[in-house]
Ligand binder design. Structure first.
Ligand SMILES: Cc1cc2nc3c(=O)[nH]c(=O)nc-3n(C[C@H](O)[C@H](O)[C@H](O)COP(=O)(O)OP(=O)(O)OC[C@H]3O[C@@H](n4cnc5c(N)ncnc54)[C@H](O)[C@@H]3O)c2cc1C
Length: 398
């Protein structure tokens, strides 16, 4: 027998849960089911990220990221405060290595001001007052609103809140296909007035069953992190390099976690299948063939500079090179202090198969019966609560 709900959400990551939360606030009586193929909430990107609440200065003004990051940052901090979850409000310095990068800092500042982000360009001396260990070329960008949270703690809390509001979670329940308008899983079939696809790296394949996402395919990029196990005060704030604005990755940076621990990363190494955390983890032959063929094409055509990106990222498998990138942003740090690789994450990054470019912004496709979140890449954790509100309004979800 097919059980019926007002809403079925596929995926218990932060995006799926934030949407469920927003629906329940507006429609407390709505019946809502969240299915996830894993044993607990937020098993993938939502618990395997840097945990940084971004402040909204990287993104061009026309993007959803620009519209949602500042509001999302405030909303997530408010959520954490209300539920007494940890926040480290240490702020962030973006540091330059040369004159070109220094000039890009002004572009970031301009974008930030347009997006309502509280950022300013400061001199190298002022940057040293914030963190005596940072090294920058003449100027730095200071973002006091960048903070960090514990993503696992936030997601656990959100699940508990949702369960007490009457949202049903079904774990180890994998979406298999759409059959006669119902969602078919390994644990039976479910009918929803609205199906909301927040399946992260599998959102593209699920969307296709509903007639969406035909223009895109997912290219996974693996993010490795190294933990610094010496003195926590060696770096006091988040320290980021100036990114290459042509691609969606921010470069290897220092993150201060909620308890002040220093970690560096993430890399953006092209992976061969969607959940390839370790060498053979979650190996799926069909997926590997499809993704590796796409990557070979990108490599051959050198679309969006993929060839140099791939070479550069693969070098980061060499620990000394990886650590060297972080060392360039500070006066001194002990390279032998980076002793542990922490849990890696995989970015569910969309490739536009027509333009052959990586998609920079969030992508949403929808009709009256289904909604698909197709490129919920960074900073979707930061944006999630604001993103959910926007979706409910724009797609008349609740
Ligand atoms: C290395 C890295 C660093 C990042 N750093 C930051 C950061 O500092 N700040 C920030 O704001 N963002 C960051 N992000 C981005 C952020 O983590 C993601 O944008 C966000 O977590 C996406 O959430 P989601 O709910 O869409 O996806 P996910 O968390 O991946 O959730 C998708 C869920 O769908 C489930 N699922 C998939 N297929 C099926 C199926 N067939 N049936 C049932 N369930 C299914 C999965 O099990 C999973 O639980 C980072 C991401 C990575 C990878």
């Amino acid at each position: 027998m097919t059980k019926k709900y007002n809403y079925i959400i596929i995926g218990s990551g932060i995006v799926g849960m934030a949407i469920a939360r927003a629906i329940k606030i507006r429609r407390p009586d709505a019946s809502l089911l969240i299915i996830d193929k894993e044993t607990r909430e937020a098993f993938h990107a939502s618990s395997r990220n840097s945990g940084v609440l971004h402040a909204g200065f990287y993104y061009t003004a026309d993007s959803l990221k620009a519209k949602l990051t500042v509001a999302g940052n405030h909303a997530m901090k408010e959520f954490c405060r209300r539920h007494q979850l940890d926040i480290n409000e240490c702020g962030k310095l973006v540091v330059a290595q040369d004159a070109d990068e220094r000039d890009t800092l002004y572009e970031l500042e301009k974008r930030g001001h347009r997006n309502g982000s509280n950022v300013e360009i400061i001199g190298a001396d002022q940057a040293k007052e914030i963190d005596p260990n940072v090294k920058t070329y003449e100027k730095a960008l200071w973002s006091p609103d960048t903070a960090s949270i514990d993503p696992k703690q936030v997601c656990r809390c959100m699940r508990e809140q949702l369960e007490s509001a009457g949202v049903e979670f079904l774990f180890e329940t994998k979406y298999l296909r759409r059959q006669s308008g119902a969602v078919e899983t390994n644990r039976g079939s479910f009918q929803g007035d609205r199906v909301i696809n927040c399946a992260g790296s599998y959102a593209d394949t699920i969307a296709r069953d509903f007639g969406f996402g035909g223009q895109y395919t997912m290219i996974p990029f693996k993010g490795l992190y190294l933990k610094y196990t010496k003195n926590k005060t060696d770096v006091k704030v988040h320290v980021y390099p100036v990114p290459n604005l042509r691609n969606p990755f921010l470069g290897v940076h220092f993150t201060k976690t909620v308890d002040g621990t220093i970690k560096i990363g993430p890399t953006a190494i092209p992976a061969l299948w969607k959940e390839q955390y370790g060498f053979w983890d979650n190996f799926r032959l069909g997926e590997m063939l499809k993704i590796s063929m796409e990557e070979v094409r990108l490599f051959a055509q050198n679309s969006f500079g993929f060839r140099s990106l791939a070479f550069e990222e693969m070098r980061k498998y060499r620990k000394r090179y990886f650590v060297g990138l972080a060392q360039a942003m500070v006066e001194q740090i002990d390279p032998d202090g980076f002793t542990e690789y922490t849990q890696p994450g995989i970015r569910a990054q969309l490739l536009d198969t027509k333009t052959r470019k990586l998609v920079q912004d969030f992508v949403v496709e929808a009709d009256k019966s289904s909604v698909h979140l197709l490129n919920a890449v960074s900073p979707a954790f930061t944006c999630s609560l604001a993103f959910a509100e926007m979706l409910l309004d724009q797609y008349e979800i609740a």
